[in-house]
Design a protein around this ligand. Structure first.
Ligand code: GAP
Length: 435
């Protein structure tokens, strides 16, 4: 874990939040490669679950919501974690994260557990009283449910259909820990899939399969993800069935994603809370009903961390130890790096610049690098998980004979193997391996 955290910082994936002021616990800033990796994951998710389907509708709701949303959803009353305080040093811990009654820091006595609400409270407008209270949303789901009627009225979707959202969520975690795993500000990718009540099991099974397909698409190794049927009493207040997908993180097996059957809890609660009818009229059966909901929920940071942990590898190549990230090409922050063999030969640089410009048109992210010797450039790209390095050399210019003219060296990250590819074929060669 330490190696991953240090690589993430050094190479510009993840920095501690507000670092120059000593940080702010539970917050993280994403550097250029972290943003690229997260964007690739979010784009792939959106493509797979929204744009590639005919039954999905995207929304981007406000983070600040009317506090009545969270009263109706039950979060004001029940979105709590048990908190204990040390009577001696006054430090606070999540009760289920400590063993026994002794303070993990000073061995003082821990007091009685009490419930601590994890929503971040703020005030909207210039008056700071109870009437202006608002919360930063603790889950993106809330923004989906309050837009159920809007989407139905604008698009008249047929059941079953889903509304998807990617966005920030905030939880005042008692003890943020394990790098980005438990943050106070994070992103979720969520779907509320509305179904006829009698069909919930069939759709639960279908989403279970789709979540597994996603896990495969991002390259988490088989055997590293486990399923946990969450027991009665351990589930969130809105759920009648939940499967947690757990991942073998370096710090232990922990929740990666959740799949929940939220019944008609939310649509009914918001109907009651808002006095706006959130039901659905089925044109085919001429029946009015409250759909039930299947909710696949994915955390962006946990996805990124699972992907980083699975991709991290060390080996020996050419007699030297190296660190590399085995990202699937589709999600790698840099897809290809283009190098002129030598920096001080204008013909090589010009040709490499032209290859770079052409590839930039067709691949998600291409970089140009002429700094240091080729071996060092390979190592730098390996360390950030770039799957392909393309070198323009004297053979490319035709100096090694006509047969090698306009060919380049493509070097593969995991094996270190190199092959000669004709420039004319390079775009399709790379596209077929990346997209
Ligand atoms: N709408 C359902 C919901 O929010 P959840 O299990 O509380 O369910 C869903 O959260 C996902 O959000 C988790 O599986 C995890 O991936 C992510 N997540 C939750 N809390 C998080 C935190 N403090 N830091 C990072 N990710 C978190």
């Amino acid at each position: 874990m330490e190696r991953i955290v240090s690589l993430a910082k050094r190479r510009g994936f993840v920095y501690p939040g507000s670092e120059i002021y000593g940080g702010l616990a539970g917050t993280w800033d994403y550097g250029p490669l972290g943003v690229a990796l997260k964007n690739n994951l979010k784009d792939l998710w959106w493509k797979m679950f929204v744009t590639d389907r005919e039954d999905m509708y995207g929304v981007d709701a406000a983070i600040l919501m009317n506090s009545k949303v969270w009263e109706a959803s039950g979060h004001t009353q029940t979105f709590t974690d048990p908190l204990v305080e040390c009577e001696k040093c006054k430090r606070r811990f999540r009760a289920d994260h400590v063993d026994g009654t002794a303070c993990p820091e000073c061995k003082g006595t821990l007091g009685e557990a009490r419930q601590f609400n994890m929503m971040f409270k703020t005030h909207v407008g210039a008056t700071e009283d109870e009437s202006s209270v608002s919360y930063l949303r603790p889950e993106t789901a809330g923004g989906i449910f309050v837009n159920f009627k809007n989407v139905v009225d604008s698009f008249h979707p047929k059941l079953p259909f889903g509304i998807a959202q990617i966005g920030k969520a905030f939880r005042n975690e008692i003890s943020p820990r394990d790098f980005v795993f438990r943050s106070r500000e994070f992103e979720q990718m969520e779907i509320e899939y509305f179904v006829r009540p009698e069909a919930w099991e069939e759709h639960f099974t279908a989403w279970h399969r789709l979540m597994k397909e996603w896990i495969e698409a991002i390259g988490l190794p088989e055997g590293s993800v486990h399923e946990l049927e969450v027991a009665d009493g351990d589930r969130a207040h809105y759920s009648k069935r939940t499967i947690d997908f757990e991942f073998d993180f370096p710090f232990g097996r922990k929740e990666l994603y959740g799949l929940a059957y939220r019944t008609d809890f939310d649509l009914k609660s918001h109907t009651e809370g808002s006095s706006v009818e959130l039901s659905y009229f089925d044109e085919e059966t001429k029946e009015r009903l409250t759909p039930h909901v299947i909710e696949p929920s994915f955390g962006v940071e946990r996805t990124m961390l699972a992907v980083l942990a699975s991709a991290y590898a060390e080996d020996e190549l050419g007699g030297e130890k190296r660190v590399f990230l085995r990202f699937k090409p589709r999600i790698a922050p840099v897809t290809a790096a283009v190098f002129p063999l030598l920096k001080n030969k204008p013909e090589l640089v010009a040709k490499a610049r032209s290859v770079y410009a052409d590839l930039k048109e067709i691949l998600p992210s291409v970089v140009f690098d002429d700094n240091g010797n080729i071996g060092k450039r390979y190592r730098r790209q390996d360390e950030i998980g770039t799957p392909f390095c393309i070198t323009i050399d004297f053979d490319t210019l035709g100096e090694g004979g006509e047969d090698k003219k306009d060919t380049v060296t493509v070097r593969h990250r995991d094996s270190g193997e190199q092959e000669r590819v004709a420039l004319a074929e390079l775009p399709s060669y790379l596209k077929s391996r990346v997209l």
